[in-house]
Structure formats: C-alpha cells, structure tokens
Design a protein around this ligand. Sequence first.
Ligand code: CAA
Length: 460
Amino acid sequence: MEVREVGVVGLGTMGAGIAEVFARGGLSVTAVEADRDALARGMSILGSSLGRAVSRGKLTEDEHAQILGRVRPGSAMTSLSGADLVIEVVPEQLAVKRQVLAELDQVLRPTAIVATNTSSLSVTTIAAGSAYPGRVVGMHFFNPAPVMRLVEVVSTVLTEPAAGQAVTALARRLGKTPVQVTDRAGFVANALLLPYLNHAVRLLETGYATRDDIDLAVTAGIGLPMGPLALLDLIGLDTSLAVLQVLQREFGGTRYTPAPLLRRLADAGRTGRKSGSGFYDYPAQSPPAAGSPAGQRAEPPPPGTVTLIDPAAAGARTGAAEGAGPHSERAAELASLVAAAGISVTRNPVHPTDLVIVAVGPQGGVLGPATAAGRAADAVGLHVAAPGLAEIVPTPLTAMTLGCGYPRGPVRMLAEAGVERAAEVLAAMHAGYGDPAFAPPPLLTDYARGGLPPLGHEAS
Ligand code: CAA
C-alpha cells in the first residue's frame, strides 16, 4: 500500500520533527493537537526548523513555503479520516495513547495504518487496546527527527506483516534507514544508549568529574557528536527516566536503576531543552551548542614548575631523589608534553613546585603513589587518554567537588565509624549478599588504603 496522506497526533518536539520529515518527503500531513496553544507551539517549532534550513542555504524560500503548505494543522481527530497512516506522538502514558488509538478506530478506514512513536511503552500493550491491533506498528524516530537517520520499525505478535512492510517502505522513501525490531523494552538503540547516559549522571552525582568534563571526555576523547549530559537534555530527562524505568522493570538488576539525580531533575521539571534547563541552561534565544558549556570558563594561569610522580618507577614508592630509576613510557611521554609547554619538570617529590602530577594509567590509582611520595595533599592524576584529551584524576583530598549536593550527615557518620571499618563492612556485605549495591565505592577504598580522614571530618 502506498502512503500519501498522513496524520501526526501530538506536536511536541518529536511530533513537530516527524511532521517536518513527512512534509519534506512530499506527503500531505494533517497535524493534530487538541489544545490550541500546543498546536501553535508545535507549528512554530516546525516553522523555525524550516526557517533555520533556509538561513543555512539548505532550502529556498519557495521550498520552505511548499513544505509548510503541505502541513494542515487541526484540532479534531475527524480531520484525519482520509489518512493512509497516522502516527501518535502524544505523551508517554499508556492511557493517553490508548485513548488516541480508540479515537482513531472511530475515524480511520480499516485499511489505514496506525503507528506509534513510543520510546518507553510496549507497542504490544498499546496495540492490544485497539479494535484493529494488526495495523498498529511502532515507528520510532530519533531526536532531532529531521536529522537522525534511524527509524526503528517495531512489529508485535499482533502486527500484520503488510503493515510492518508498509512502514519500512515509507521510512525508506523519507530517506531514513529503517531497522526491524521486535517489541522488547528499549528496542535496540535505547537499550544500548540509556545505560551509558545514566552512567554519566552517576559520574556527575558522585563527584568524579564535572558536567563539562564528562561531556568533553566523550566529544573530544571518543568523538561522539554530543556529550551524554547534553544528549540527555536533548532527549528529555523525563523521557530518559521513563525508558530506564521500563528497562529496569523488564530486565531487573541494578544496571538500569535510574541515577537519583536524573530522577530529581525530572521531578523538578528540569527536563532539558524543552523546559529551558536540565544539566545545562537554555536561554530562550541562544541555546548553547550541543555538548558545549553555555559560557567560557576563566582558565587559571598554567603552573611554572611541576613535580612528576611515576607510579611505575620504584623512586615514586620510596620517595627517592630525582633521577632514581627510568621513567615508564607513559610518564616519559607526559614529562615531554609538560616540558614542551615550557613548564619545568622535576621528579624529586621534596622540591617545592606549583603542581604535583601522578602519571596514571586508565585504571587510575593516584593516592598510593602520591602518599608514598609524601605529596598526597596536593597531587592530581593526569591520564592522556587520547591525543586531544587529558583526564584529570583528583584524589579524595584534591577533589573539590566531592560531596557536592550531598548532606553532611552521612560523611560525619563515616568519620565516626572510621573509613577502614566502613570499607570492611561493605566488602563483607558485598561478599555475603552478592548485591553490587553493597560494593565499597572506590573512593572509600582509596580513603581506607591511604589511611586518610574522610572529607567531612577534615572540613569540620
Ligand atoms: N531540528 C532540526 N534540525 C536540526 C536540529 C533540530 N533540533 N538540530 C540540528 N539540526 C540540523 C541543523 O540544521 C544542521 O542541518 P544542516 O547540516 O542541513 O545544515 C544539522 O542538524 C547539524 O546541526 P548543527 O551544525 O547546528 O549542530 P551539530 O553539527 O552539532 O549537530 C546534532 C547537532 C545533529 C544534534 C548532533 O549533535 C547529533 O547528532 N547529536 C546526537 C543526537 C542523538 O544521539 N540523538 C538520538 C537521541 S536518542 C532518541 O532520540 C531516542 C529516544 O527514544 C530517547
């Protein structure tokens, strides 16, 4: 069956983007929102996306007018009666989606196809509420829909093969790349993507790295187009939370447990770009470039002198003087990078210098060598992860962000219990119950190993 006339129900960010894709593909589109303001907002998202394409020289004014002319805004489901395919892009609530499908049952021809762009609900469950479940297919676009090429075509056990084939053919006609998937939580892309994004939130909330550095590590080090926190803002923190929750329900364990910070921000309505703030702020007129901080940070002046501690060299463990033992390849490389920047490097840990660097590998481990060299209080680890990316690894004593957002109570309690004891108890519970949630965090183990007082104890 050839699809010529389509309907889009729900004109949020994704709905407006999908309507744009259809209209650009030459289809006649009816865009429905029950609420007049939401309809106006959706049409304005569509208009500005096309306007941006004109200003970038990707579309002519004529093409812009033609594409916009193919989109007919409407507020009643009856305006969809002539459609060959209708896609619902309403909020991710089963009752709302089922209500839309029930209304479509009343107005569409029995041969019409009903697609759902759900990212977190079961297509089967949505379809089962329809009088014609065989014509319901998942058609999952990615944000921003006009740009991302992938469309996941989700067939359920109820889907008639012809409906799945028609949606696949349509996706191809629109210049997209369809992949066939069955109805499994997260389908393919989200099942892979969301645990990674969630992990980034955990890194942020446990103070291992700052927001900007987490995103920079991914864009500059791994080469992805956006950092994970910027991407969460693009997807929507509420949507991301919903996907994680469904993954957790379906597969259990702790892998998909949403990071508390993600949940808190979503609960607070800081859902990302669409609300004006998430991990980043998005001023109405000038959103920051993807994956980049809103403003420039003032850089402190570079150090003039650096002490380099090489964890692999015996000298570092014994605190021996400069020149004892050869540098490992990693430390030698770092020493020449520092020297090339015009900074004087010494290996003698007793020399007073502006900065103490431990040349760590990807596995970290700053505190041991720094403590052995007697410089635990002012050493930072440096790991050159890729030609353009240096990972800075603070020790607990130099991690200025540690404890941010956490109440002081538990830290004080930790000081009273003693870090070694706390790490031992956690390790015993982990061994006894096998639950990863009891595994002592590396930071605690570092404190215990270094025989250091916890931060709260120090600060008080
Ligand atoms: N709407 C329409 N077009 C947009 C757009 C938007 N919101 N944002 C960017 N574009 C277009 C630009 O107009 C530009 O088009 P041209 O090349 O034709 O001029 C192109 O995209 C590149 O944009 P920019 O130069 O402004 O910015 P960029 O090069 O940094 O790219 C990006 C922006 C395309 C968003 C890129 O950063 C990217 O690909 N990010 C990854 C996005 C991603 O992973 N999406 C999937 C999320 S998962 C999901 O959506 C599924 C789910 O269910 C949760």
